[in-house]
Design a protein around this ligand. Structure first.
Ligand SMILES: *[C@@H]1O[C@H](CO)[C@@H](O)[C@H](O)[C@H]1NC(C)=O
Ligand SMILES: *[C@@H]1O[C@H](CO)[C@@H](O)[C@H](O)[C@H]1NC(C)=O
Ligand SMILES: *[C@@H]1O[C@H](CO)[C@@H](O)[C@H](O)[C@H]1NC(C)=O
Length: 302
């Protein structure tokens, strides 16, 4: 199938799915209609074959803060989408949260703090802290708290539906560097809103899991869209607007076809490189690895 045909085909599938989803899932909100504002032009990524994915409008303290597309079988998000609004505050002191509506179809869609003992339906429906304990993976934020301005916005990122198993060498190494760099570009040149989508690429042929329950990504990816930016960009900054993207390694033993390794990096972060690239290159990689012709931003953010 041509790229264009496939896109039309998947959009058709997306159009049909809310119907079936509605029948099966009862009260669960099965689209992003309550939180379209977090997407550029109020348009969620297109081309994703929606079967198996659960849209979540991340609601905390009576407000929507961002959105995640949750893969139920993986017990992990495919992506989180948010508007970047940099924090001056600190990382919040909060306990981790879960989403009651994934466990009980009639439950409120507000995220709730995890408490012990945990209901079996909650454990079945999503990742819990026990999955990460002794897993050798950190809890990697897709929407990082330091990209959020208010205390509530930052606290809301501490739901496990915004988290993937991430190696420490990536989380506190090159991936952290990317998150800082995106903040800097926003502050230096972005005049309006910056829309960010950050996600995971699972292993291709042999999926990996922690605790036999939560899918481990082989790569992380991220892209932003800043439609309104400084019109007199210095030459070096021109490739960064209006869009920019990156893919980061989450396994130092992966091949180097997608992200090459800098063998001179210091040992603690070696093999967790992040490769900067254009939005188009990222979309090509996603199309290939996820077998879906994903278009992240409406009209390529132009
Ligand atoms: C963080 O919160 C916990 C529990 O609410 C509390 O026991 C602890 O003292 C707090 N830590 C800080 C640094 O405020
Ligand atoms: C975590 O790493 C340690 C040290 O390499 C290893 O002994 C242990 O089996 C690992 N745990 C898991 C769950 O993979
Ligand atoms: C645009 O960027 C240039 C170079 O960094 C800076 O000198 C200028 O003040 C910026 N203009 C606006 C309107 O932010």
């Amino acid at each position: 199938m041509s790229q264009r045909k496939m896109l039309q085909f998947s959009m058709g599938a997306l159009f049909l799915l809310p119907w079936f989803g509605g029948l099966v899932l009862g009260e669960i909100s099965n689209d992003f209609s309550q939180c379209l504002d977090v997407f550029y032009n109020k348009t969620p990524p297109m081309g994703i074959n929606a079967a198996g994915y659960q849209p979540i409008c991340q609601r905390f303290k009576n407000q929507y803060h961002f959105a995640s597309l949750y893969h139920r079988q993986h017990r992990a998000p495919l992506y989180s989408a948010y508007i970047l609004s940099p924090a001056d505050g600190k990382r919040p002191n909060t306990t981790w949260m879960y989403e009651p509506q994934l466990a009980f179809s009639r439950a409120s869609s507000e995220m709730k703090h995890l408490h012990i003992p945990m209901d079996q339906n909650v454990i079945e429906s999503q990742a819990v802290l026990q999955d990460y304990k002794n897993s050798n993976y950190t809890k990697g934020h897709l929407n990082p708290s330091m990209h959020q301005k208010t205390k509530e916005d930052r606290e809301a990122t501490f739901t496990l539906t915004n988290i993937v198993p991430q190696r420490a060498g990536s989380n506190s190494g090159p991936w952290n560097g990317l998150e800082n760099e995106v903040l800097k570009k926003y502050k230096a040149f972005c005049n309006g809103l910056m829309y960010v989508i950050t996600g995971a690429i699972p292993y291709e042929s042999e999926p990996r899991w922690i605790n036999n329950r939560v899918s481990v990504p082989e790569y992380m990816w991220s892209a932003y869209c800043c439609p309104s930016y400084n019109t007199s960009l210095p030459k070096y900054a021109k490739p960064f607007f209006p869009t920019y993207a990156a893919v980061g390694r989450n396994d130092r033993n992966s091949g180097e076809e997608i992200v090459p390794v800098n063998v001179k990096a210091r040992a603690s972060v070696r093999g967790y490189d992040v490769r900067r690239m254009s939005l188009e290159t990222l979309e090509d990689i996603l199309a290939q690895r996820l077998a879906m012709p994903i278009s992240l931003f409406h009209g390529q953010c132009q």
